[in-house]
Write a protein that binds this ligand. Structure first.
Ligand code: SF4
Ligand code: ZN
Length: 767
């Protein structure tokens, strides 16, 4: 154990606790002890304090107790030479530092000093925290931002939307980078290497006023939720948000309760892949903050000379690793940066799969959210001025030459800069385990696969696909054939168990384009018919999904043709394909068994599987009722459906809607009631497309029970909801449903329903 680190961490902790006490005193004098304090858009209060101490801080006066606790954790400053600090003192100092840092950040929100401003800064994708964003929009749309605010804390909506990826391993975890890299070039290389591995990147801190955030901004690297790069703030203190994120992960996904400090730390140590990368000189405060991270089992890797803490104990591997940048072997700084990132990953000890895709631009899921703006665009396919479609079909094996990519027709070199052209992507696959039903499952992946290329943007699907290639990507040599190369590599990588051979035709020739568009459209409508005829009655087997049991151990989704998984990511066909790919995986077929009640949706086989998977906490599950034995939820639901007794109906709140609801709670607060694998009659987490199913709470009266619904759902699902209204025999039904722009309380809701004559008011009592 290095006494050097301990003594510097202890000194840093003293400094910061003093500072927090001083700021609290001043802020109390100015605003009074009852002034409200909160991080925006989270139901977890000040998360580290809440998780570790079980104190739900809502008023600044409560921070006194928190800081008293922090002070108790401080150890005397080492003064005499015989004094030998041990790891426990470093860890205590780290904890004290975290409490003090979180308190200071919270007080800064009260004082209007958080989130921090950085003139000229632009956020890719949304942040809820910037004051300019307001609460009305979800702020997650591409291209939003530019208001100069750094992110500050991550909101619950974003945490949960990353949830599935964190759980199924697509996103291994996060890197908290603090400080400033040796050069801008090195800064960019480091984040690109992390993005390539789908590792979330949190940025904070500076060295002599200069931060990696400045460096990336100068190099035009897009930062924001969409690119997995979250700039917290320019000072070391803002690194606290990384540990707030880690704490909330344990509370959200680990089913742990505030105050279970030990369990939360162990959860992170065992399950959360994260590390701290300290760039540049390390001061006392950074040592203290690093000590805080070690409490969570996250190792600290520094690119400067510091004493190492190598024995494994609290972290699974080394606690502190020193890797002075200039001593890293490599032919240049870029290679050194790459080795540094590799070392970070080895230290935390996780195998990370990178799909090597032969394209001349960086490639990885982190680029999926990248936006190509019109002014940066070389060429587009689809959208307003042209038509792009994509169609995947299975063909007999002898008709596929694996790896063949053909561009049929002219490439885009003839098109003027910023212009458009027609495009068709025809993917032909063959495989012994391939089934016609898997065509749409695979075809939907085209969106994610193409989007993974940096500088290429993909929106939509089928014949409303829309692809943009940036000037940057085109300059690096990105050509149409690369679309095919990506698809070939990724389909083999992810679906190798069902496809043996993949060939791709990129069609720009006008006559062929028109011809294939017709073929594709015939296939789409055939699939639509197939989906329409695929009812719960027409199959004998549903599927279970237990992917979320790693954090919600008693939850199982039962996925039927007419009810998709509550995260929205897995429908019945997806589960069927996933079972083919991995027969011992999380999706298992379950025979319905004998029908007990076809209206409420009880079957003997489903009850048995619900009992088994919930370790007995659930006895029965009704597929079609919210009032009686509703399906349980983990934490990933797209929407929450909740009974509004006064209205004789239900409301539907979207994860993307931060506003108040007539139930008197926001989505974040409701999420705590809906999740955790428990059955709560009257509350249910669902996938948003379940709303359009004829089986949506059909035992309780169906879609006509919906009296209030987040406007984002009305907007994004306008077509589908219109069809539902028709089906229900009430074409104006959607207009009769209130939303947050109309009312956020029961009185307002009742007035609206009366005025519009909503059918729920005259239906049978819901309970
Ligand atoms: Fe989790 Fe259910 Fe989605 Fe499976 S279907 S990933 S269990 S939420
Ligand atoms: Zn889940």
């Amino acid at each position: 154990m290095s006494r050097y680190i301990a003594s510097r961490a202890i000194r840093g902790a003293h400094l910061l606790v003093n500072e927090a006490e001083e700021l609290l005193r001043r802020t109390m004098a100015q605003y009074g002890p009852d002034a409200p304090v909160a991080f925006p858009n989270t139901a977890y209060y000040l998360p580290v304090i809440n998780g570790m101490l079980g104190i739900q801080v809502e008023r600044i006066g409560q921070l006194e107790a928190v800081l008293q606790h922090a002070r108790k954790l401080l150890h005397p400053m080492p003064s005499d030479t015989r004094w030998m600090p041990y790891l426990g003192e470093t860890l205590d100092s780290g904890m004290a530092t975290l409490f003090a840092a979180e308190a200071i950040e919270a007080l800064r929100f009260v004082r209007g000093e958080e989130p921090q401003r950085l003139p000229g800064f632009h956020m890719a994708g949304g942040s809820f925290t910037s004051p300019d964003a307001g609460l009305g929009g979800n702020g997650a749309g591409p291209g939003k931002g530019g208001n100069g605010y750094l992110n500050g804390p991550i909101d619950d909506v974003q945490l949960r939307s990353w949830g599935i990826q964190l759980v199924d391993g697509r996103m291994p975890g996060f890197a908290a980078i603090v400080g400033c890299a040796k050069s801008n070039e090195v800064a960019v290389k480091i984040v690109r290497e992390l993005q390539r591995r789908n590792i979330l990147i949190f940025l904070s801190g500076n060295v002599n006023g200069r931060s990696i955030i400045h460096q990336l901004m100068e190099e035009g690297v897009e930062m924001g939720y969409d690119t997995y790069i979250v700039p917290f703030g320019l000072d070391t203190l803002s690194a606290i948000y990384a540990l707030g994120f880690a704490t909330r992960s344990a509370l959200t996904f680990g089913g742990l309760k505030p105050g279970q400090a030990r369990e939360i730390l162990l959860y992170n140590r065992a399950r959360v892949f994260a590390f701290v990368l300290a760039l540049g000189e390390i001061d006392d405060l950074k040592f203290a903050a690093a000590a805080g991270a070690i409490n969570f089992g996250f190792p600290v890797i520094a690119d400067t000379v510091i004493p190492q803490i190598l024995p494994t104990g609290v972290t699974q591997h080394e606690h502190v690793v020193s890797m002075p940048f200039n001593t890293i072997p490599g032919k240049d700084d870029l290679e050194r940066a790459e080795r540094l990132v590799q070392r970070c990953i080895e230290t935390r000890g996780v195998k990370i799969k990178i799909t090597e895709v032969p394209v001349p631009v960086p490639y990885g899921s982190a680029f999926e959210g990248e936006v190509v703006r019109k002014k940066d665009m070389r060429v587009e396919f689809g959208g307003k001025h042209s038509r792009a479609f994509e169609y995947l079909r299975m063909v007999p094996s002898e008709q596929v030459e694996d790896g063949r990519v053909e561009v049929i027709g002219p490439d885009f070199s003839q098109v003027e800069e910023g212009g458009a052209m027609d495009l068709g992507i025809l993917v032909e696959v063959a495989g012994r385990k391939m089934q016609k039903d898997f065509e749409p499952v695979l075809e939907r992946q085209i969106h994610y696969f193409i989007n993974g290329a940096s500088g290429v943007q993909h929106i939509g699907q089928r014949d409303i696909a829309w692809i943009r290639i940036s000037k940057g990507a085109a300059d690096k040599g990105f050509k149409l054939e690369h679309l095919g190369k990506i698809l070939h590599a990724r389909f083999h990588g992810e679906f190798g168990a069902i496809v043996d051979k993949v060939q791709v035709k990129i069609i720009t020739d006008p006559a062929l384009h028109a011809q294939w568009l017709e073929v594709a459209r015939a296939a789409y409508s055939e699939r639509n018919e197939r989906m329409g005829s695929l009812t719960d009655e027409s199959v004998d087997e549903f599927y279970t999904c237990t992917l979320c049991q790693s954090f919600a151990p008693t939850h199982v989704c039962i996925v039927s043709p007419q009810r998709l998984g509550l995260c929205g990511a897995y429908n019945w066909l997806d589960c069927k394909a996933s079972y083919e790919i991995n027969p011992t995986g999380p999706n298992q077929p379950v025979r319905k068994g004998d029908t007990i009640d076809p209206i409420k949706g009880y079957w003997t086989g489903l009850n048995a599987v619900a009992q088994r998977n919930s370790q007995g906490t659930v006895r029965e599950v009704a597929m079609y009722s919210i009032m009686e034995n509703p399906m349980t939820a983990c934490g990933c639901f797209e929407c929450i459906v909740m009974l509004i007794p006064e209205a004789n109906g239900v409301m539907v709140v979207s994860r993307e809607d931060p506003s108040m609801t007539p139930a008197g709670m926001t989505f974040s607060t409701l999420a705590g009631m809906a999740g955790g694998g428990l059955q709560t009659p009257g509350v249910m987490g669902v996938g948003k497309y379940y709303l359009t199913s004829p089986k949506f709470i059909s035992a309780d009266g169906g879609f006509k029970r919906v009296v209030w619904m987040s406007s984002v759902l009305k907007k994004t699902m306008a077509e589908e909801l219109k069809a539902v209204a028709q089906r229900e025999g009430d074409p104006d039904l959607i207009e009769k449903i209130a939303d947050e722009t109309i009312c956020t309380d029961v009185e307002g809701l009742m007035a609206w329903l009366e005025e519009k004559g909503h059918p729920a008011l005259t239906m049978d009592p819901i309970f």
